[in-house]
Design a protein. Structure first.
Length: 147
């Protein structure tokens, strides 16, 4: 499993290395966060909802899209409550000191915070010891090289 995981992650690190210049995981060639999905909808609708590129807000240098003006207004009122943890990078990757891309369908909310992971296998590994992994990621995030 570790060999397969490393074989999968290594090319992704090389491919997405440019993303490390941002504290927020943005689409390559743009500043779109969360692959254009509405961060508020994860909390209010319990699922990923594609945002409208005409309804946006900036936060930490990234552009978030929203399905409605009400969701944009909620985000602007308290962006820390809705923005994904670790800038939207893979939460388990952060425990290893790495900035990895994510798949939207790996999302989850724990203690009122949005987390994403590289893929479903990585999410399962992250969740095996969720509390400890969140704590470790929080510690690593402070010192992780974001440039």
């Amino acid at each position: 499993m570790k060999t397969i995981l490393l074989a999968t992650i290594t090319p992704l690190l090389l491919t997405f290395g440019a993303l490390a210049d941002h504290t927020v995981n943005v689409a390559e060639g743009s500043r779109a966060a969360l692959q254009g999905y509405d961060p508020v909808a994860f909390f209010t609708e319990g699922k990923p909802v594609q945002g409208n590129s005409e309804i946006t807000a900036e936060y930490h240098g990234a552009v978030y899209s929203f399905a409605s003006e009400a969701n944009r207004d909620a985000f602007q009122g308290d962006p820390q409550a809705y923005a994904p943890q670790f800038g939207g990078y893979c939460a388990f990757g952060v425990t290893k000191g790495k900035l990895l891309p994510v798949e939207i369908d790996t999302w989850q909310i724990s203690d009122g915070k949005l987390y994403l992971n590289l893929n479903q296998d990585v999410k399962e590994t992250f969740n095996k010891n969720l509390e400890k992994n969140i704590e470790k990621a929080d510690e690593k995030w402070v010192g992780i090289d974001k440039h």
